[in-house]
Structure formats: C-alpha cells, structure tokens
Design a protein around this ligand. Sequence first.
Ligand code: C5P
Length: 237
Amino acid sequence: MRVFVILPAAGLGTRMVSGHTAPKAPKQFLVLQGLPILAHSLRAFAVSPRVSSIYVAVRKTETGRMQSLIAEHGFGGKVRIVEGGLSRQESVSNALKAIHAAEDDIILVHDAVRPLIDTATIERTIDAVERFGAAIVGLPAMDTIKQVERTAAGAIITATIPREYVVQAQTPQGFRWPVLQKAFAEAEADGFVGTDEASVVERSGAQVAVVLGSPENLKITQPGDLKLAEFYLRQRA
Ligand code: C5P
C-alpha cells in the first residue's frame, strides 16, 4: 500500500484582496513566516515517511515558480508537477490521471492553502482510510447552524440544523484509489462538480468517515487569515 497526495494549487485566490488591490501572486504563493503557503503544505506531507509522492496541480504560468520552489526545498524528491484545471475538481482529476496507483493504494487530497496541517492529523487520516475506505478531516460545528433562503432583501432563515449533525469539512480527504477513481469517472460522465472530493465520493454511494480536525488547519481565504496563520506558526515555534 502506497500513499499518494494531490495538492490542488491552481486557484486564482480572487477573495484574497486587501482593500482594492488583488495580491501580485495567487494566494498559495504568498509568503508566511519566510516560506510560501504552498511550501508549508508540501513540507508537512513530504516529511511523513508514509507518503510516497505528492502531485501538485498548478496553473501553466506558475510552473516555473513551482520548479524553483522544488529546487530550493527538495521536499524529499517526492513532488511532481501537473497542470491544473478550471475548477478545483478538474485540477484534482488531472493529478489523479497522472498517478499510476494499485487497488490498495490511498490518495489524499489537501488544499494547498491549508499550510498548518500537522503530521499527526495526516497519519490519523491515513489510518481511517485504511479502516473505512474513505475519510476526511472535519471540525465539529461550534456555532448554531441556520439554513437560509437568499432573497433580494437578504437571507431569511428556513431551518435550524442541529449542531450534532454537522461538521465543517476540512482536508486532507483520503480514499482508496478505486473509490476515488470510480466516483470521479461518474462525476465526469454526469457533469457533476462538487466543492470537495468527499461530495463526489458520497454521490457514488461510498461511506465517508470523519476524523477530528483542528481550527488551526484553517484555509487561507481572506487577508485576515494570513495574520491568524502567522500567529499559530509563531506559537508552534
Ligand atoms: O478557491 P478555493 O479556496 O476553494 O480553493 C481550494 C484549493 O483548490 C486551493 O488550494 C486552490 O489553489 C485549488 N484550486 C485549484 N484549481 C482551481 C481552483 C482552485 O487547484 N481551478
């Protein structure tokens, strides 16, 4: 059994605007404590002895920047570059097609923009995939969750969803290779596009387990997130 990691890193990061100016680099290349966000994420997986290779999907225009990053940091010689797609799902699909996996191999997908992922959580996800066939990292909801209808006047609550039935999906999201392969082939045939890999796998009928995540494993989306990530990194150092 081998573990392959896919890091979709081909997003534009359009929500990452500060004032009225967009950042010069896509958010995954912004620097956090002296290292690009993407390099933090790559390093967390590269140091795990259970991870065989990491496939990072980047936009064609970022290939040079990615090659320099690999040349500088090495990442244990585990990183391969693939071309990203128009959606996150397409980026993951391109990487999946480049991986020559066997039936019992595991594929982990991790947002490039979650640089604070730790090795213990990665290992717990791998263990859960070995046991259940599919598992994601999730965070129990702390706030009361409302279902709303969007109207011209704003959002109107239509229901309160009991908190114990809700988790916030994070990454890594891991699957035995045939489970992910089948789900992606079905989604492609049906034109279904999900916001995470678990949603694609759920619709193919497989059960997906949840392992406990942490608020530190935040997804860098808005400018304020960088400050928070810097704070967490300083705490660790
Ligand atoms: O845009 P969002 O925050 O959902 O992106 C999640 C991850 O998916 C990011 O790491 C981003 O770079 C990646 N992505 C991608 N290809 C796209 C869009 C997003 O690899 N076309």
